[in-house]
Design a protein around this ligand. Structure first.
Ligand code: ZN
Length: 119
């Protein structure tokens, strides 16, 4: 289970969302046209992951059990126990994530087909 965080921008309590720098479409085009730049771009993107607030996208996330996190919590009039007891809604895939999953599946099928035909 991921650590609970509080957003100092909007006050959202819960786990964070992982964001990646760069553009998935550019990555796909680089892979399809030029394999080497695609690999380099993918490696760069995989190292550029950062955590953002699920609600507002802010990067100002503070662990709930830290002194600053508890101060932000107190400003909302909540105790640490109340915040920890709050349940998060189940995770939903964003539109971009769904498209990316479909693209990966299609590319994998295409590669398998190419290999099967080459043999
Ligand atoms: Zn937020």
């Amino acid at each position: 289970m991921s650590q609970k965080l509080i957003c100092s921008a909007c006050g959202h309590i819960g786990s964070s969302k992982t964001a990646i720098k760069g553009n998935g479409l550019i990555e796909l085009v680089l892979w399809l046209c030029f394999i080497i730049p695609g690999i380099i771009y993918s490696i760069w993107r995989s190292f550029s992951r950062y955590k953002t607030c699920k609600k507002c996208g802010s990067t100002n996330l503070i662990p709930l059990d830290s002194p600053i996190g508890q101060k932000v919590l107190a400003e909302q009039g909540k105790t640490l126990e109340q915040a920890l007891a709050e349940k998060e809604p189940p995770r939903k895939y964003s539109r971009g994530e769904k498209i990316m999953i479909c693209v990966v599946v299609v590319v994998v099928i295409a590669i398998i087909t190419l290999i099967a035909n080459a043999v």
